[in-house]
Ligand binder design. Structure first.
Ligand code: ATP
Length: 259
């Protein structure tokens, strides 16, 4: 389990995270929501080890994050941040293979894994394309493939590994959003712990096992989507004028804009 306990992070005198506690459990897709500037990316950076909290602690499988070596951490969890600069002219295959750096795979094995993972994200047969020539949504799926191979390279098991994703579907069309969210759900069912930041509350409600809502650095909701059925929490936190309706097939809460 990835255990975040009372984490506070202060920058320039401002509490970006204020006593945040949550658990990312293997086998669950946990979706982090919240308005712009709520602290979602900051929380992901703390969970990945990129930022050190001022107080509180984060443990990965009951061991403080700071005690993990970088090499072991890279085999245990993969992180997809929002902005990724690729300064070199790389092919798709070369970009995805960056995810294999922590592992020693034979070339044929690596090529098969890259090819299968590109299929998973709907980018099959693009290995030789120049990454820079791809559209924004295509590049986003290649970056997702890069972090997936980082975890898939361990053939033993996906169980007990963690994916930390910052808005992985922000540039994707409807078909690709559904494909990626179904994939993440399937991976969670196979034992992965997934921490995924999203802006779309309707998709979060449909696919998330757990939702964590941040507002000004604080957790204001942590629970199953069903628990939002009778709650005004989404409306008040986002300060948006919304209509709440149940999903016609699943009954899960969904929101629509009032004009
Ligand atoms: N080093 C820093 N010093 C001061 N403020 C910072 C610093 N880094 C981030 N912030 C502020 O912290 C807040 C949280 O930023 P963060 O990127 O975590 O938000 P977010 O919830 O991911 O937002 P978005 O939905 O817009 O991506 C923002 O108001 C940001 O401007």
């Amino acid at each position: 389990m990835l255990n975040v306990c009372e984490v506070t992070l202060i920058r320039s005198g401002k509490h970006l995270l204020d006593k945040v506690s949550l658990n990312i459990k293997p086998g669950e897709l946990t979706i982090i929501l919240g308005p712009n500037g709520a602290g979602k990316s900051t929380l992901l950076k703390c969970c990945s080890g990129a930022l050190q909290p001022n107080s509180g602690h984060i443990e990965l499988d009951q061991k403080p994050l700071a005690d993990w070596s970088l090499a072991d951490l890279a085999k245990k969890r993969a992180v997809l941040t929002q902005q990724i600069h690729m300064p070199f002219a790389l092919t798709v295959s070369e970009v995805v293979s960056l995810g294999l750096a922590p592992w020693k795979l034979r070339e044929a094995e690596a090529m098969k894994l890259i090819s299968d993972t590109l299929d998973d994200v709907g980018m099959g047969n693009t290995q030789e394309r120049h990454y820079a020539s791809l559209s924004g949504g295509e590049q986003q799926r290649i970056q997702l493939a890069r972090v997936l191979v980082q975890l898939f390279a361990d053939k033993a098991s996906k169980e007990g590994k963690y994916l930390l994703l910052d808005e992985p579907i922000s540039a994707l069309d409807l078909h690709q959003q559904q494909r990626v969210l179904r994939l993440l759900k399937k991976l969670a069912e196979q034992g992965l712990g997934v921490f995924c930041i999203l802006h779309d509350i309707n998709l979060a409600s449909l696919y998330g096992d757990n939702l964590v809502l941040l507002e000004q650095g604080k957790v204001v909701f942590n629970g199953k989507p069903e628990a939002l059925e009778q709650s005004e929490r989404i409306e008040t936190t986002y300060r948006a004028d919304l209509i709440r309706l149940p999903h016609p097939e699943l009954g899960l809460p969904q929101w629509q804009f009032r004009q």
